[in-house]
Ligand binder design. Structure first.
Ligand code: SAM
Length: 274
């Protein structure tokens, strides 16, 4: 009966995690304790929320689906340690809910369709959490945590600001309804000294999309195609950095990507209209 009242909404990526072992593992990775304040995105039917509250922490949970708030979440809404906020996690002003502190953790089973955007908007906001433990589609989770040799846009972007770790896979049978894909749980811990200031994040992300424009080609081909500049120009910058431009984009470390970005940023080369 409960299923027919609140059928899962595909458009909101609703796959509810009912596996107690996985819920416990997530809470363990996040090292949740009673002094923590947790931001949860998409509490859904409250499975992870209840597990978090058991640790004695306080939780602010942002949910987009009004039906879940007036339905399954109603049962836990009166818990004094829980605040449920109705809204889109990509748009809400975190200041209104977690105060002006960055001493909080993000713990969430993110919707597949909007997970990366939600993560980007919270992790690069002025009130970015110290530690985030999130579940995403496995491929996305692997991409964010990839190391040199498998570098990609997401790893080069997030790792400029965060230490990232892949923890474990979660099989479809742990959810209801079951997704078609395997999920992965990762953590992102804020770097004390990020490689770039936050004000450059949008330019850097745009630059990376240019840098990985042709990921199977050599760096000088990929960058010249993405930035619409000549190959000799890219070779010139690479040689100034002591970088072999015949490498594939995936072979560069995050530090090297940041260095290449800074060179082009200083030269005001990129952001040329495509
Ligand atoms: N945390 C629950 C669990 O583990 O069972 C539900 C996870 S489900 C994968 C994703 C949740 O995020 C859903 O409850 C969905 O309604 C919510 N959601 C989707 N897009 C959202 C957004 N932009 N802002 C806030 N919540 C969102």
């Amino acid at each position: 009966m409960a299923h027919s009242i609140n059928p899962a909404k595909k458009s909101l990526g609703q796959h509810f995690l009912h596996d107690g072992t996985v819920l416990r593992k997530i809470v363990t990775v996040a090292k949740v304790n009673e002094n923590d304040h947790i931001l949860e995105i998409g509490p859904g039917k409250g499975h992870l929320t209840k597990r978090l509250l058991l640790e004695g922490c306080s939780v602010t949970a942002i949910e987009l689906d009004h039906d879940l708030i007036i339905g399954p979440l109603k049962g836990i809404a009166s818990n004094p340690k829980l605040e449920i906020v109705e809204g889109d996690a990509r748009k809400v002003d975190l200041k209104n809910f977690i105060g002006n502190t960055t001493r909080y953790k993000l713990v969430a089973n993110l919707p597949y369709n909007a997970g990366t955007n939600i993560l980007r908007s919270i992790l690069l906001s002025d009130l970015a959490p110290q530690l985030s433990v999130v579940m995403l589609q496995k491929e996305v989770a692997r991409n964010i945590t990839a190391t040199q040799g498998k570098s990609n846009i997401l790893s080069s972007f997030f790792q400029a600001y965060y230490h990232t770790n892949f923890h474990f896979n979660v099989q479809p049978r742990s959810f209801s309804p079951q997704p078609k894909v395997v999920s992965g749980v990762i953590s992102l811990e804020r770097k004390e000294s990020p490689l770039l200031p936050k004000c450059l994040q949008h330019d850097y992300f745009l630059f990376l999309t240019c840098g990985f424009a042709a990921p199977r080609k050599q760096l000088h081909n990929s960058l010249s195609q993405g930035l619409r500049i000549s190959i000799p120009e890219v070779k010139d910058v690479s040689s100034q950095l002591g970088l072999n431009s015949e490498l594939r984009p995936a072979a560069l470390s995050v530090e090297e990507w940041v260095a290449v970005f800074q060179k082009f940023h200083n030269r005001k080369y990129f952001l040329k209209p495509q």
